[in-house]
Design a binder for this molecule. Structure first.
Ligand code: F6R
Length: 369
């Protein structure tokens, strides 16, 4: 049942290329428009949207953080991301021109469901991104885009996360198109890049032996820090969350630019710091900033584990351990950079003797507050 893998989590990590391909399948109509699954909203409703709130918990929240970068870049309307458990207890400013996007693998997270109801009471439109057909959150939403990841059994979310990213990209492209900010051919060009990611990911998955070795090395670390910028920042948070929940180790993700405002004080001789480096393509400004952050932590004794685009040879000089990932457009990069972090957490947990699929104190679907 685990398809030759030791854990469901490893099986689900391996299924990610297919899960992405399935989520993309049939999304582009003959007219070059993105197709959602259930839409009880008119194009006009979506054109009237002047603000987006994304609400979610845990890993799904990290997908929402990535979505904000893509949606604001493509759609040019303000997009906030908020933890569902916070959103539901405050007084957010919403009306019928607000679109609330609820992201949930299970479709049953109580906090996300309550956030959605809170939004609906104030007449906001609600769109769900969900992996579970017919679950409560999509049932109560005005529109749904299902991630076709297939059932996720391991408690830690992996393929659901990558497919949530794909769903977020599709929604961003859809909104940009119907609002006239992107033309059909521009949308098709991004979709084509998305369609190439399963192959790139298969290649990447075939090169993870080094990461397994690294995991054996890191299993006794007392803390592991993760840094990133832009879409690499939520990836850093996701890498830290995976390590906490599976390996029961202290781990923390930071926006690399925030290091000097406090967290850099944590760096000690040998502290492992996982650095998510943006692509050097384009202006490469962000990439250079992260590289200088890597130099800063290294100067203070950090052991740097660097995830960078293949061919970015210059980072080698600052990497105690380099994990190359296939080149991908900046906004789509989390589809690659997240994967070594999933494997790292899984292998460290296994090396520490933990039940990877069933971490202590956690449930797959959190239906209580
Ligand atoms: C982490 C993890 C959790 C879930 C969170 C939301 O690996 O699995 O953080 O992402 O509980 O669950 P859903 O997406 O089902 O609402």
């Amino acid at each position: 049942e685990k398809g030759g893998h030791d854990y469901f989590m490893l099986k689900e990590i391996a299924e990610q290329p297919q899960a992405i391909a399935d989520t993309l399948l049939g999304r582009l109509s003959d007219r070059g428009e993105i197709v959602l699954d259930e839409v009880r909203l008119t194009d006009q409703d979506l054109r009237d949207v002047d603000k987006i709130f994304i609400v979610a918990c845990g890993t799904s929240y990290h997908a929402g953080m990535v979505a904000k970068y893509a949606i604001e870049h493509w759609v040019r309307i303000p997009c906030e991301v908020e933890l569902a458990s916070e959103f539901r207890y405050r007084d957010p400013i919403l009306d019928r021109s607000t679109l609330v996007v609820a992201i949930s693998q299970s479709g049953e997270s109580m906090d996300t469901l309550m956030a959605l109801r809170h939004a609906k009471e104030q007449k906001a439109r609600v769109l769900a991104i969900c992996n579970t057909n017919g679950s409560t959150i999509p049932r109560e939403s005005d529109a749904v885009l299902y991630t076709h990841g297939g059932p996720e059994i391991a408690v830690a979310s992996t393929k659901a996360f990558l497919t949530q990213l794909v769903a977020c990209y599709l929604i961003g492209l859809h909104l940009a198109q119907i609002r006239g900010v992107m033309y059909a051919d521009e949308v098709a060009a991004v979709v084509e890049k998305l369609q190439r990611t399963p192959d790139s990911l298969r290649t990447l998955l075939g090169q993870m032996e080094d990461v397994r070795e690294l995991a054996r090395d890191l299993k006794t670390a007392s803390t592991v820090l993760f840094i990133g910028r832009h879409v690499g920042y939520p990836v850093a948070l996701e890498g830290a969350l995976k390590l906490k929940e599976l390996a029961y180790m202290h781990a923390e993700g930071f926006a690399a630019g925030e290091l000097k405002h406090g967290p850099i004080a944590l760096i000690d001789e040998g502290t492992p710091v996982v650095c998510v480096v943006p692509s050097p393509a384009g202006r490469g400004v962000m990439r250079d900033k992260v590289v200088s952050n890597i130099q800063e932590v290294r100067a203070r004794g950090a052991r740097t584990i660097v995830i960078a685009e293949e061919g970015d040879e210059d980072v080698r000089a600052y990497a105690d351990h380099l994990i190359p990932v296939p080149a991908t457009p900046t906004l789509l990069a989390p589809l690659m950079t997240t994967v070594p972090l999933q494997i790292l957490a899984c292998e460290i947990a296994a090396a520490r003797g933990h039940d990877v699929d069933q971490p202590r104190n956690l449930a797959k679907s959190v239906t209580v507050e």
